[in-house]
Design a binder for this molecule. Structure first.
Ligand code: NDP
Length: 338
C-alpha cells in the first residue's frame, strides 16, 4: 500500500528487497541472508534505527569494496573458555551465526565462556546476540566498539564509538530479560534520524565542533556525541574499548576510524560476548529466585522492563507488516532493483 508518506510491506517483502540489494552488489547468499535477517529482526521489533534504514550503509560498503560480501568467517579454539571467530572482513551477522552456537555449547560445558569476534563490520543492534543466548537458557553480555563519535569525559573530540552494551538473563518458560543500550547518551542512528527529520536533539546529546553544547543534530554529527551519565558512561565506554579491542585482538574505535574509508557503512571492529550458564553456579533455585526479583519490581509498580516494547511489536508485525517512510522505501527499492 502506497500512501503519500509511508509504504506498508510484509516482513517477507522487506527481507526479499534487502537480499536483492545485497546480492546485486556481490554478497553471497549466506551473507546476504544473514544481513537481511538481522535488519528484518529489527523491523519486526519496530527498531527503525537498525532496520532497513541501514541497508544503504551495508550496500555502500559492498560498493566501495571495504567489506567482503562473500566472506567465510572461521571459528578458532583459543583456550578452554575462549573462542574466537575471525570475520575475514565480512559483515558481523554470519560471523555471529557461526560463533554463537559454539559459545553456548562451551558455556554449558564449563559454566562460563567468552567469544571474541575480530575483523567484522557490525552495523546492527546487539540485542539479537544476547537474546539468542537468553533463549538458550544462558546469561549473555555483549559489547562492541565503533568508529570515534563520542567525546570522553574531560575531552571534546570524538574518541569512543557509541559502544553498546547488551545483557540477557534467561527466564525458563518465558522471554529472557534483555537490555541493549549505547554508552552514548543517544544512539548514532537516532541522531541521524533527528537530523533527517529536522528535530532537535535533547540536552546532553552532544557538542559542536568547537566543543560547545548544542541541540542541533547536524552540529553534533560534525562535532561529538556525549556519553550517557557523564564520566560514568565514559568509563564504561573505555572498558568496552579494552574488552572488544585489546583483549580479543581487535582495534580501538580511534584506530578503526583512522582506517575507515568513510563510505557511510560500518567500521571494522570486534565484539566481546560473555556467556554464563546459571545452572552451573550451584543454586538449583536460580530461576525461581529470578522471578522473586521481577515480582518485587512489579509490586512497586514497575511494568515497563527493557525488551517489553520489542516483544509487543513482534506479536503484531508478522500479521500487520511494517510501515516504511516513503523516502526510505524509495531508497530501498532503488537499491534492490535500480
Ligand atoms: P534505547 O535508549 O532506545 O534503549 C536502551 C534499552 O533500554 C533498551 O533495552 C530498551 O528496551 C530499554 N528501555 C527504553 N525505555 C525504557 C524504559 N522506559 N524503561 C525501561 N527500559 C527502557 O537504546 P540506545 O539508543 O542506547 O541504543 C540503540 C541501539 O543501538 C542498541 O540496540 C545498540 O545495540 C545499537 N548500537 C549499535 C552499535 C554498533 O556499532 N553496532 C553502536 C551503538 C549502538 P526496548 O527495546 O524494549 O525499548
Amino acid at each position: 500500500t502506497d500512501t503519500t508518506s509511508s509504504v506498508s510491506l510484509t516482513l517477507d517483502e522487506a527481507r526479499d528487497l534487502a537480499i536483492a540489494a545485497l546480492t546485486r552488489r556481490g554478497a553471497d547468499n549466506r551473507n546476504a541472508r544473514a544481513v537481511a535477517d538481522i535488519m528484518i529482526r529489527a523491523e519486526r521489533d519496530r527498531c527503525a534505527s537498525h532496520g532497513l534504514f541501514r541497508l544503504q550503509g551495508y550496500c555502500a560498503s559492498l560498493d566501495s569494496g571495504k567489506v567482503d560480501g562473500a566472506a567465510h568467517p572461521t571459528l578458532h579454539d583459543m583456550a578452554p573458555g575462549v573462542l574466537k571467530v575471525d570475520g575475514k572482513g565480512g559483515f558481523a551477522p554470519l560471523a555471529l551465526e557461526l560463533g554463537l552456537p559454539a559459545l553456548a555449547d562451551r558455556a554449558r560445558q564449563q559454566g562460563v565462556a567468552v567469544l571474541g569476534l575480530t575483523d567484522i563490520y557490525h552495523f546492527a543492534a546487539l540485542w539479537p546476540e544476547v537474546e539468542t543466548l537468553g533463549e538458550l537458557g544462558l546469561c549473555g553480555l555483549a559489547m562492541t566498539q565503533a568508529s570515534p563519535m563520542v567525546a570522553p569525559a574531560g575531552g571534546t573530540k570524538p574518541f569512543f564509538g557509541t559502544n553498546p552494551l547488551a545483557f540477557s538473563w534467561p527466564r525458563p518458560g518465558q522471554d529472557p530479560f534483555v537490555f541493549d543500550q549505547a554508552t552514548a547518551a543517544l544512539a548514532r542512528g537516532e541522531i541521524m534520524i533527528m537530523a533527517r527529520d529536522g528535530h532537535d536533539a535533547p540536552d546532553g546529546a552532544g557538542i559542536d565542533p568547537d566543543g560547545n553544547p548544542t541541540n542541533d543534530p547536524a552540529k553534533i554529527l560534525e562535532g561529538a556525541q556525549l556519553p550517557f551519565g557523564g564520566y560514568k558512561g565514559s568509563n564504561i565506554a573505555l572498558m568496552i574499548e579494552l574488552l572488544a579491542g585489546a583483549l580479543i585482538g581487535s582495534v580501538f574505535s580511534v584506530e578503526s576510524g583512522r582506517q575507515d574509508n568513510k563510505d557511510g557503512g560500518p567500521p571494522v571492529g570486534g565484539e566481546f560476548i560473555l556467556a554464563m550458564d546459571p545452572s552451573r553456579f550451584g543454586d538449583a533455585g536460580w530461576a525461581a529466585h529470578t522471578e522473586v526479583l521481577f515480582k518485587e519490581l512489579e509490586a512497586i509498580g514497575v511494568s515497563r522492563l527493557p525488551g517489553t516494547r520489542r516483544r509487543l511489536a513482534r506479536q503484531e508485525t508478522p500479521s500487520q507488516g511494517i510501515r516504511l517512510p516513503k523516502a526510505l522505501y524509495d531508497t530501498v527499492q532503488d537499491l534492490a532493483v535500480g
